[in-house]
Design a protein around this ligand. Structure first.
Ligand code: HEM
Length: 326
């Protein structure tokens, strides 16, 4: 009995600590110090996305990759220095785009409010606006993150690979205090954007290392596989881009779930959502509709992801330029 009581106390204390850490971010954090920050980010995002709508996907993905490695601390934005290779130059991040644009938006924010707004917060706002300007949900972004000073390429092994199965996905998400619902909800970020052929061509030509046309991922629907093969004719294709949500890859909608439900998810990890009863039911329900419910879920999970291991208070710094520490 005594040990159960101790356990209960520990659970309460841990839960309170988690809530307190999350509570350190605040939607009105820059209310006094930089009231125009959201308007500046929005103005820049509207400009950029009207010229290049395909930037929305990379910016959403960049925030995710930031949060999964050392928390949402802008570490993904730092350049490599001398012998120390930063996250940015690790394999999963070589396909990220938009670093120059983040730097431009940060410069615009710096001009209005010098040394005040972190790169991590600028990126969180850009990701929210990327979704909203793609006709997805809007949410208030809790702010007050500080920027880290460390970025280590090897730590990107905390990012889920496209080959991951359900167990690996849930473990990698759980390591960031994100649960199975967050996994199925946030995976729908794949309703916008594009992917290189090499991120999934093993499913078409080399699923078990045999390198032949019969060595395919059996979970991928065959007609879709044929279509993907015509777009990605070989394993060595390093340049071709494929729409992640064919037909509506610029619009944040339920398209992702409709494709996954038909076994047409682009990555093995997308298909893996059909291998668990809970995530499968979520995919099937949202393939059939309930966009409002999905939008509310996505907003909630983004706020949760945006809280992962954040630096606050006197921790870290407010970088002047996002690619280098002060
Ligand atoms: C669940 C595990 C996930 C895996 C394994 C995964 C993997 C990938 C891969 C391999 C790409 C293609 C990269 C390329 O070849 O260019 C990609 C693209 C993308 N991912 Fe994920 N991802 C995951 C979760 C997420 C989450 C949580 C989000 C955001 C909430 C997200 C947003 C995106 C977006 C928007 C793109 C398109 C990027 C572009 O247009 O350049 N992904 N993802």
């Amino acid at each position: 009995m005594a040990s159960r009581a101790i356990l209960a106390v520990v659970v309460v204390v841990v839960a309170a600590a988690v809530a307190a850490a999350a509570a350190q971010l605040d939607e009105k954090f820059y209310g006094q110090s930089c009231p125009s920050v959201e308007a500046i980010v929005r103005r820049e995002m509207v400009r950029a996305l009207s010229a290049a709508p395909s930037l929305a996907g990379p910016l959403l993905r960049m925030h995710f990759h930031d949060c999964f490695v050392r928390g949402c601390d802008g570490s993904v934005l730092l350049d490599s220095q001398g012998n120390s290779t930063a996250e940015k130059d690790a394999t999963p991040n070589k396909t990220l785009r938009g670093f120059g644009f983040v730097e431009r938006v940060k410069a615009a924010v710096e001009k209005a409010c010098p040394d005040t707004v972190s790169c991590a917060d600028v990126l969180a706002l850009m990701a929210r606006d990327a979704v909203w300007l793609s006709k997805g949900p809007f949410w208030a972004v809790p702010l007050g993150r500080r920027d880290g000073r460390v970025s280590i390429s090897n730590e990107t092994n905390q990012l889920p690979p496209p080959t991951a199965n359900f167990t690996q996905l849930t473990q990698l998400f759980a390591a960031k205090n994100l649960d199975v619902k967050d996994l199925v909800v946030l995976s729908a970020g794949h309703t916008i954007g594009t992917s290189h052929c090499f991120s999934f061509s093993d499913r078409l030509y080399n699923f078990t290392g045999m390198v032949n046309v019969h060595d395919v991922d059996p979970t991928l629907e065959v007609q879709y596989m044929a279509r993907l093969r015509s777009k990605c004719p070989s394993l060595d294709d390093n340049t071709t881009l494929v729409e992640m949500d064919p037909g509506s890859f610029k619009t944040f909608d339920l398209g992702y779930y409709k494709h996954v439900a038909k076994r047409r998810g682009l990555f093995h990890s997308d298909g893996a959502l059909l291998t668990d009863a809970f995530t499968r039911a979520y995919v099937e329900r949202h393939a059939a509709g309930f966009q409002e419910e999905f939008f509310a879920d996505f907003a909630a999970s983004m706020v949760k992801m945006g809280n992962v291991d954040v630096l606050t208070g006197a921790q870290g710094e407010i970088r002047k330029k996002c690619s280098v520490v002060n």
